[in-house]
Design a protein. Structure first.
Length: 71
């Protein structure tokens, strides 16, 4: 399944991650936090999780590509 994803970390702390209120029908609070990635590229605005971030950094992340170029 490894296509370049990084399962050793999450996107927590990334400057491209933004939070926004996310309505949840039938929930106690009726709103929770959604995480979206606004990194440049075709995945801009991608939903990265509700309440919690995805447990990995996706392969399309531009920061992963930059790190590979440095190595």
């Amino acid at each position: 399944m490894s296509g370049g994803e990084d399962f050793t970390r999450t996107c927590e702390g990334c400057e491209y991650i933004r939070t926004e209120p996310w309505p949840v029908k039938g929930s106690y609070s009726e709103k929770t936090i959604a995480f979206r990635c606004f990194a440049p590229g075709k995945h801009k605005g991608y939903h990265m999780g509700t309440t919690y971030l995805l447990p990995y950094v996706p392969a399309w992340c531009p920061r992963i590509a930059q790190e590979k170029e440095v190595i």
